[in-house]
Design a binder for this molecule. Structure first.
Ligand code: GLN
Length: 486
């Protein structure tokens, strides 16, 4: 069962081959056996999962099953979940039980899915390796000496290891696409405003976006159908109709115009990753697509602009953790200032503190114009680069990450970690959608092909990704952990 895609599982449930309870019990058993080593979950919720599975089975018996009824998912522990620990991977929230569900969680529940638990992540979604979690690093199921990527590393590892057929992630600068690439699964970052951010613990509000992570593009389409759409509780969530994202999956690609951004194939790109990506592009050519080089001339400024804007927003968002209202509070504070200082000093990890310091600095009087305002101007140029490119081509393709998964502990300084997101970060600054699909291996470690489209082009991206998955079998490969075990 754990080897099937979400779409296959849906068909099996509908055909009565097994029940949601049987499927859920099977996956809970796998989590128990394998997650001691992988650490992809922070909290597993067996009682709630089995109750939801029983409710789904009962709904099916009544003839009330929808396309997602009874399907298990893992939820990144950045989404608030009613009555369940919601930690954001931080000691600050190690004791925080959310009093409500995030909109995405509410919608997944309404669609009849079964949450298995809360997936590990980098603290407050800051990181590219999942090593910044206060609950310990996650291991890559393909090679346990490697990281799974981050920040949605637990979500990606759980799917790759066959502990959950799908998971929810969030992507502020690459956190869905890069771990999807590192773990050999499919991950979609929707257009900014496509999916509600309400109830997702905020990192950088103008960049954060939730999205699905699963084995295939078809599965991502199924999940996006459930989570996309207007939400009056998030003022940046766009009131725009939600198509059936599965509808166009089989549209032929003949005549598709693909652009390869010159800047995504430069220095620092691992040659084996490059050749896997170029072979993937050749598959598209064989399907009738036309390929040309394009330029995104401001790519070079994406990381510096992001590391001004994201920390600025983070420092503001994280000011709410003051030891008074949520989460960690220090022992015996001598006065209010001592309470603030020690609660925050004890509750936040190194990387989070670094971002708060950077953000507070760039927003301070005398520096605001030089850093924050300038970064916003650069952001505008980066967005324009994409809009210009999409005048010429339908989609852009390139690597999701410059290297395959690196070893645990390998990135020693923060800047080399920041450079991991060189191909993903500009996408968030521009607000456009992107998907990473499995496209080969370097040794044991997977490679992801990133496909980008213009705003609200999710249907097109899913079509383009799905057609690749009809022509290749990279997405069907499984780590040994999945093949060998029950
Ligand atoms: N690695 C980037 C960061 O640390 C992006 C993380 C994310 O997308 N949440 O900010």
């Amino acid at each position: 069962m754990h080897d099937k895609t979400l779409t296959e599982l849906a068909a099996s449930l509908a055909a009565g081959e097994f029940t949601s309870r049987e499927l859920t019990e099977h996956l809970l058993g796998r989590i128990q056996r394998h997650d001691g080593e992988l650490n992809s979950f922070i909290t597993v919720t067996p009682e709630q999962a089995l109750a939801a599975a029983d409710a789904a089975d009962a709904a099916r018996t009544r003839g009330e099953a929808g396309p997602l009824t009874g399907l298990p998912v893992a939820i990144k522990d950045l989404f608030c979940t009613d009555g369940v620990l919601t930690t954001a991977g931080s000691k600050m929230l190690a004791n925080f039980v959310a009093p409500y569900d995030a909109s995405v969680v509410e919608r997944l529940k309404a669609a009849g899915t079964v949450s298995l638990g809360k997936a590990n992540l980098d603290e407050f979604a800051m990181g590219s390796s999942n090593e910044n979690s206060a609950f310990g690093a996650v291991k890559n199921p393909w090679d346990t000496s490697a990281v799974p990527g981050g920040s949605s590393g637990g979500s990606a590892a759980a799917v790759a290891a066959g502990l959950a057929p799908a998971a929810m992630g969030t992507d502020t600068g690459g956190s869905i696409r890069q771990p999807a690439a590192f773990c050999g699964i499919t991950g979609l970052k929707p257009t900014y405003g496509r999916v509600s951010r309400w109830g997702i613990i905020a990192y950088a509000s103008s960049l954060d976006q939730a999205g699905p992570m699963a084995r295939t593009a078809e599965d991502c389409a199924l999940l996006l159908n459930a989570i996309a759409g207007h939400d009056p509780r998030d003022s940046t969530c766009v009131a725009r109709g939600v198509p059936d994202y599965r509808e166009e999956l089989n549209a032929p690609l003949a005549g598709l115009k693909i652009g390869l951004p010159r800047e995504y194939f430069g220095d620092g790109l691992d040659p084996e990753v490059e050749s896997a990506v170029r072979e993937a592009v050749a598959v598209y050519e064989s399907l009738g697509a036309k390929v040309r080089e394009v330029s995104l001339p401001h790519t070079h400024y994406a990381i510096p602009a992001y590391y001004v804007i994201a920390p600025a927003e983070a420092s503001s968002n994280l000011s709410r953790y003051d030891g008074v209202r949520f989460g960690h509070r220090c022992e015996n504070p001598s006065d209010l200032i001592d309470l603030y200082k020690r609660s925050r000093a004890e509750g936040f990890g190194e990387e989070v503190k670094r971002r708060i310091l950077i953000g507070t600095h760039t927003l301070s009087e005398g520096f605001f114009d030089a850093y924050y305002k300038k970064a916003q101007q650069v952001r505008r140029l980066i967005r324009q680069d994409f809009l210009d490119a999409f005048e010429e081509v339908d989609v852009l393709m390139g690597p999701a990450s410059p290297t395959p998964a690196f070893d645990l502990g390998a990135q020693k300084d923060p800047v080399s970690m920041y450079l991991q997101d060189i191909y993903t970060i500009a996408v968030n600054l521009a607000g456009i959608p992107g998907i990473s699909v499995p496209a080969g291996f370097v040794g044991k470690r997977p490679v992801g092909l990133q496909i980008l489209g213009t705003h609200f082009a999710e249907q097109r991206l899913l079509n383009v990704a799905h057609q690749f998955q009809q022509a290749t079998d990279w997405h069907l490969r499984r780590p040994q952990l999945v093949e060998e075990s029950a």
